[in-house]
Design a protein around this ligand. Sequence first.
Ligand code: SF4
Length: 235
Amino acid sequence: MSEIGYIHSLQSLGTVDGPGVRAVIFAAGCPLRCVYCHNPDTWKMSDGTPTSAEDIARRIFRLYPYIKDGGVTFSGGEPLLQAEFFTKLSLLLKERGLHIALDTSGCMLGEGVMRLLDVVDLVLLDVKFDSEDDYFRNTGGSFLQTVAFLDELKRRNLPTWIRRVAVPELNDRREDILRLSELVSRYPNIEKVELLPFRKLCLEKYRTLGIEFPLENTPEMSEAKIRELYQYLNS
Ligand code: SF4
């Protein structure tokens, strides 16, 4: 099992990535290139800090009084790229009974990922777009792969929250949300769907990295529109 993980950062007390107050570990490295990505500084694994699972676990245990009723979330970047490392870390965290959530695009399956799924308690799965064409054009990845991942979560009856960054003109039409709703209806393990409004707080990061932000001219998503999309989801 891999002893070293490449870590972008650790957020001490997050409240938006899973239930309760949580520590969030951001993995370095991601195979996708979502047009709306707000963490371009996590794309390269080699930019991460090499860290042992024991070291991360020690840092997390210091937060134990605050997160014991919440837990720990693996995010990124893409934690599946370092599935063995996160499996080892999960086993250490579980010794103190911490709840583990995995925040992922579901972009790969394989023996290492299967072992990681054996030890996590909740998956936060991004379903970014609703067709192979749209998914590939806007992320470089595969919608069908996301569905295959979801199939595996269903087979395991693993609690799953679906997340979607809603972006004006890209995936915010009524038919987009109805397709998402139809997909969700086929998976009894899905407990919740969260629509996250597209924001441009990441612009400065792109400028610093010297990378063009593809959605620089796209407006941010309004809260009113998000409320409207939730109505389609629940209709
Ligand atoms: S999967 Fe996440 S980290 Fe990777 S490019 Fe997409 S939004 Fe960014």
